[in-house]
Design a protein around this ligand. Sequence first.
Ligand SMILES: O=c1[nH]c(=O)c2nc[nH]c2[nH]1
Length: 543
Amino acid sequence: MGSITGDIEAQMDYAFTVYRGTFIQSILPDSGSKPELSRNQGALWVSAADGRIKGWDWQANNDNGFAELMTRNRWVDIDAVGAQGQVNSHGSKIRVKIVIASEEQNEFFFPGFIDTHIHAPQYPNVGLFGSSTLLDWLETYTFPVESRFGSPPDPKTGHQTKTDPKDTPLLAQQIYDQVISRTLSHGTTCASYYATNHVPATNALSSLCHTRGQRAFIGRACMDNPKFCVDYYRDFSAEDSIVATRQTIEYIHTLDPEGKLVKPIVTPRFAPSCTRPALQSLGELAASYSPPLHIQTHISENVNELALVKELFPEADSYAGVYDKYNLLTPRTILAHAVHLSTDERALVRERKAKISHCPASNSALGSGICPVRTLLDEGITVGLGTDVSGGYSPSILEAARQACLASRLLGQSAAWQRDHSQDADGKGSDGREKLSVPESLYLATCGGAAVVDMSSDLGGFDMGMLWDVQLIRLGGVKLGEKSPLDGVPDGSADLVKAGPVGNVDLFGTESWEEKIQKWVWSGDDRNVKAVWVGGRLVHSRV
Ligand SMILES: O=c1[nH]c(=O)c2nc[nH]c2[nH]1
């Protein structure tokens, strides 16, 4: 068996990586249906040159079938022959690397998670929110930590100062490196990051994602409005906001000219943090590129925020209307939260083909409310999941998937309660429509996220030509026998067993594969993520 360790240089020595074992994904069988889990066993191969899926063979699901596949393609396992072995020349063998998902250890390949909304500089505050809600949380917890990613404020005026690149705080490098490590370890292969408003630190985050191999959208948070932003952490002017944003875009375009791994995303933090001229210029800036740049912002998260938007933009007929006026609602826009959108606003979002990042952990932690995901989906709006670190207390998209299921159940319950207690109560209670199933929440975490970041044909599944942005999940074996504390487990299942559980997931040998996935979603964590690849490159592994 090939080991999963390796580096990019070594990958140049072979033509394909052949992944062997079980492949599970959440797919939409046809439009109009609900997502379902799909499982295949066999072999799938990925080009070492471009990290994309080039084929599969589900007949190669046993040793004979696999040997036949190898012979048919004239493949030779590089680890069996060694690096000095046979060379790929006319008439000889093609070298491949083989990676196996162990059946005994209940391992399977699963598409990488896409975090459509995460604030990298807030990572030191994960788990710190007390009993605050959005607006006081920003002032008490968030702005102080984000402001430390640049030079200290002017001691005389208390205003933000310009940060010289050579003075970029070490803290920024360290925290950004840690955020990338942590999210990769949870299987996040692609993230849409908010940085701070400091150019050098934002550029440092871009470079780190590029070097570490995490697919990322990087946005410098724009915030120039003195009516909302604090002096010590505020852009000098709308004009400066645009100049500084352009500097980060140019840096990213130089770092990754084709945007293969890292792309810029225009980031007006949210309407209250930006003046009208800044919103106007940011919309124009995004549209001035070909193709137009992605845009990310927050919308309709908290009721006090809605009141503030009304007060600051009395001319607008809605929160979504503010963004629309400045051409910030586009097919490449990611709107985080969307908890309290009106029917008209949802229609506008759908019409503009803007996308929504559902952040259930954050919505609960900051007491923002419950996003009506089923309504959004039924109305044809594209939805993915976001951790929203650090409004969200966890960097794990698996946790977001879990919380999406739970929040939808609570919404179903409260809808039923309201129906039962309203004047026209029909006593029918909830019809369960609000509930998201495990396959649905996994779909949002993968394909939904891919659609939100506008990469549906590249990410989210195992289709031909897709990028190998994948995690290898290990649930662990079943450990049963004389000392087993369990009763009622059929005799003989112990024969299947070689090793015990991994992390919190306990398997007893009686579960169907669908039940194993449910156990993973409800009890799994980063201990179950054995390896992570982005574009075919191994970017994380756990022994
Ligand atoms: O959850 C949130 N996190 C933030 O940092 C933020 N800024 C504006 N609105 C926000 N919401």
